[in-house]
Design a protein around this ligand. Structure first.
Ligand SMILES: Nc1nc(=O)c2c([nH]1)NC[C@@H]1CN(c3ccc(C(=O)N[C@@H](CCC(=O)O)C(=O)O)cc3)CN21
Ligand SMILES: CC(C)C(=O)C(=O)O
Ligand SMILES: [Mg+2]
Length: 261
């Protein structure tokens, strides 16, 4: 799967399904699935490392997650999140961060918001690298938003998000994530741009969807956003397996002769 395949599907009005992935073993399973693209998200800070926000993620940890996913999912289009402030210091520093992620094997980068990094976005695009934007609930702005709150509910914020999406198109982005915004706004952006719009908590009138893999598999989470659908209950499956193993060990049932040397 490459960018042309994705654009072809978009042109054919086929919906695109993206999931996050952060590790080698999950990536191997995802590689066998029909998932259209994989996001190595900075949500790894929360999901993999137990932080309560995405701000602690840094470029070295992102690089390691990207490498693991690239090795596990060689057939997928892989997008890497630019971590907090890695694209906010200078064009030079931003391009270093992009280089790190691309040389780790990513096929595209994603960065939050637009204001103040228009030039960097252009520079990345002109360097031959597909860029995915991200507007609405941009988690790196948690301190300004005062929490993980739906954005674009009032007129000013609605118009700002819409204008930002149009700007991302002008800057050469191929796609945009619309996170936690009213469905009407997501539908409007999808209609008035050529961007591949990927929604999360943005309704169904978009070009594709993204979910955090751990959320849809039913891993325990500190929060339970309304937009998550659970396709599996791994919490219970894991817990039952863990306890079965403990029971077998305590009874002396594990290991058996065929599991011994
Ligand atoms: N595991 C996980 N899943 C995610 O989807 C995710 C992360 N982590 N980390 C980064 C961001 C944070 N995200 C979040 C987190 C919480 C809500 C949430 O609790 N939303 C409220 C809406 C509040 C309102 O009405 O304004 C909800 O009840 O759905 C939404 C998005 C999405 N991203
Ligand atoms: C939720 C998606 C869009 C994301 O940015 C992430 O997982 O980091
Ligand atoms: Mg992210």
């Amino acid at each position: 799967m490459n960018l042309n395949d994705l654009k072809q599907k978009h042109a054919n009005a086929e919906k695109l399904a993206m999931l996050t992935c952060y590790d080698f073993s999950s990536a191997k399973i995802m590689n066998r699935s029909a998932v259209d693209m994989i996001l190595v998200g900075d949500s790894a800070a929360m999901v993999m490392h137990g932080e309560n926000a995405t701000l602690p993620m840094d470029i070295e940890r992102m690089r390691d997650h990207v490498r693991a996913v690239v090795k596990g999912a060689p057939d997928k289009f892989i997008i890497a999140d630019m971590p907090f402030l890695s694209f906010r210091q200078s064009i030079d520093a931003g391009m270093q961060a992009v280089k790190t992620l691309m040389q780790a094997g990513a096929h595209a980068v994603k960065l939050e918001a637009v204001d103040g990094h228009e030039e960097l976005i252009q520079h990345i695009v002109q360097s031959g690298i597909p860029v995915m934007g991200h507007v609405g609930l941009t988690p790196q702005f948690i301190n300004q938003f005062g929490g993980f709150k739906v954005q674009g509910k009032d007129r000013v914020s609605y118009d700002k998000i819409r204008a930002d999406a149009l700007k991302l198109q002008k800057l050469g982005c191929f796609s945009v994530v619309l996170e936690c915004v009213p469905s009407e706004l997501a539908q409007q952006i999808t209609a008035e741009t050529d961007l591949i719009t990927i929604g999360i908590g943005a309704g169904s009138q978009v070009d594709g969807q993204v979910l955090v893999m751990h959320d849809m598999l039913g891993y325990p989470s500190a929060f339970n956003p309304k937009f998550v659908r659970h396709y599996l209950d791994v919490s219970n499956l894991f817990e039952r397996a863990f306890n079965q193993y403990v029971e077998d060990v305590k009874k002396g049932d594990f290991p058996a002769d065929k599991e011994s040397y």
